[in-house]
Design a protein around this ligand. Structure first.
Ligand SMILES: [Zn+2]
Length: 154
């Protein structure tokens, strides 16, 4: 998808159908609609929300922050705009692990990276288990109360 596609309902519909089909296949809750998807894309201000690269006129993808097969819902609150490179590098990684990777490799702390690092690394003792490769993201997502943020809103 390229940034101009957000104005093209057919391109959006097609991308939407892909996302919803993937979610159904994984048994993930939630269903996206065109208006929600368009708003979510516009909210990115034309940048990769992971690394901050400008995406205007370049290709971009939509990434489920907590991946669908790790219990993440198919909702706009769990969706971010990503450059193809970030989306490929993230793969099935835990969001906190990838946020740390981005921060370490670029030195940039985008709003998304900052939110995730704050949310998952408030207490140093919690860092280690978060990065265990076999730990499922859903086990880590909402173990504490976050009164100021609805679930999965990045
Ligand atoms: Zn990126």
């Amino acid at each position: 998808m390229i940034y101009q596609d957000i104005l093209d309902n057919r391109a959006l519909q097609s991308y939407l159908a892909d996302l919803n089909a993937r979610a159904r296949k994984c048994g993930a809750p939630g269903k996206l609609d065109v208006a929600g998807l368009r708003d979510r894309i516009l909210a990115s201000s034309g940048r990769c929300e992971w690394c901050g690269e400008k995406l205007v006129q370049g290709p971009f993808e939509l990434d489920h922050v907590v991946s669908l097969n790790q219990g993440g819902p198919n909702t706009t609150g769990n969706l971010v705009v990503a450059c193809p490179d970030c989306n490929r590098r993230k793969g099935q990684k835990h969001p906190a692990r990838f946020a740390a990777e981005i921060f370490n490799s670029t030195g940039r702390r985008t709003i998304l990276v900052d939110k995730i690092l704050r949310r998952f690394m408030l207490e140093p003792r919690e860092q280690l288990p978060l990065f265990a490769a076999d730990q499922r993201a859903e086990d880590l997502s909402d173990t504490r109360d976050h009164d100021d943020q609805p679930r999965y809103r990045w």
